[in-house]
Design a protein around this ligand. Structure first.
Ligand SMILES: [Zn+2]
Ligand SMILES: [Zn+2]
Length: 370
């Protein structure tokens, strides 16, 4: 009898702790898919595991790559520029406590064992990075990840970034993608004081690149396709601005630059920028993702004169922490326009981005979601 009561109690205790661990967290988000407007949906986040944290999302930036969801057949909640307040931590979590501010960027998990993960470049994980939205999460039964246009997120503590004290929270969110995407190649190319550098494409990414480069003491030229952005570029510290649409002769710019970062999201000819680099080592870092542009091999062989071209995707977790610490310390932030978390407002923001009417970054105030 004693034994039976004991095992019954054991059963109850294990059932209770099981119930606690497996309790999914109810959440609200703004979801969209191809050819449809945003819609408020209710869904569930996975429960906080031993090494997970739960974040109440305060702000989510709208990144141009969020538009990919707009082209897909499945309804997904976009958003990979996330900042919020930690509301629960798992038993094994050491780097976060309830009440801290935390950020989540473009990825939420990876294998942690391959050479890329070991090098802190989780975005290139050999077994597949789990990106923040629209990806099957093999660590949680293959459920499709849902992004930051929502009120809450659970994430492995290893993929959350500590937001330094004193950060301007609403302007911190876009650093999680726009910040790190430009920071990473600037550091990789070891840009330093006095370098002559270019930023091609002056939008969400480009205006971050300009700020980092100016802060490092480089001499920055901005390239874009309109005259309208010239005053903003100069205000952020660029010494020169080139409207490539109205310029016919680029010969004065050839062999001039130590480094150019291309954030251009539309089709263009990369060789135009390659030729502007200094021969024997000038570097073109490509971070923008146009649909159809490619690098032509023959011109590269015939004309590049040992100039270098490489691509770069966001940045790893250690580097993202480094970027965030640096940005807050140096008061480097995106310029943002805050909107409410209402489907119609987000639809309107997407329309404006699509029509090129937004200068830099929209940020959604996720506390206003109802
Ligand atoms: Zn992004
Ligand atoms: Zn890996």
């Amino acid at each position: 009898m004693k034994n039976r009561i004991f095992s019954l109690m054991l059963l109850m205790v294990s059932a209770m702790s099981f119930a606690q661990q497996s309790e999914a967290i109810p959440a609200i988000g703004l979801a969209t898919k191809a050819n449809s407007n945003f819609e408020r949906i209710e869904f569930e986040r996975y429960p906080v595991g031993d090494s997970d944290i739960e974040i109440e999302i305060l702000y989510a930036g709208i990144c141009h790559s969020d538009f990919m969801v707009k082209n897909g057949p499945n309804q997904v909640i976009p958003g990979h520029e996330i900042v919020g307040k930690v509301t629960a931590v798992g038993n094994d979590v050491k780097d976060f406590k309830v009440g801290d501010y935390a950020g989540v960027g473009c990825m939420v998990n990876s294998c942690g064992e391959c050479k890329y993960c070991e090098a802190g470049k989780e975005q290139y994980c050999a077994k597949g990075t789990v990106f923040t939205y629209g990806f099957p999460d093999r660590f949680h039964g293959g459920e499709i990840t849902q992004g930051g246009y929502s009120n809450i997120i659970t994430v492995s503590d290893e993929f959350a970034i500590n937001v330094p004290k004193g950060a301007d929270i609403k302007r911190t969110a876009p650093l999680m993608c726009a910040g790190i995407t430009t920071w990473s190649p600037i550091k990789f190319s070891e840009v330093e004081k006095g370098d002559v550098v270019g930023v091609a494409g002056f939008g969400g990414l480009g205006h971050m690149a300009v700020q980092y480069l100016v802060d490092l003491g480089a001499e920055v030229t901005v390239f874009d396709i309109t005259d309208e952005k010239a005053s903003d570029a100069k205000r952020l510290g660029a010494v020169d601005y080139v409207n490539v649409k109205s310029t016919e002769d680029f010969s004065a710019l050839s062999d001039k630059f130590d480094f150019i970062i291309s954030t251009i999201p539309a089709d263009y000819d990369p060789m135009m920028y390659v030729k502007m680099l200094k021969m024997d080592g000038g570097e073109l870092a490509i971070v923008g993702l146009p649909a159809n542009s490619s690098i032509p091999v023959s011109p590269l062989v015939m004309q590049s004169a040992h100039r270098k071209v490489y691509g770069s995707l966001i940045g790893g977790i250690p580097e993202t922490q480094e970027m965030l610490d640096y940005s807050i310390k140096h008061n480097i932030y995106p310029e943002v326009e805050v909107i409410k978390a209402e489907p119609t407002e987000v639809d309107e923001a997407y329309k404006n981005i699509d029509e090129g009417k937004v200068k830099f970054r929209y940020v959604i105030d996720m506390q206003t979601i109802k």
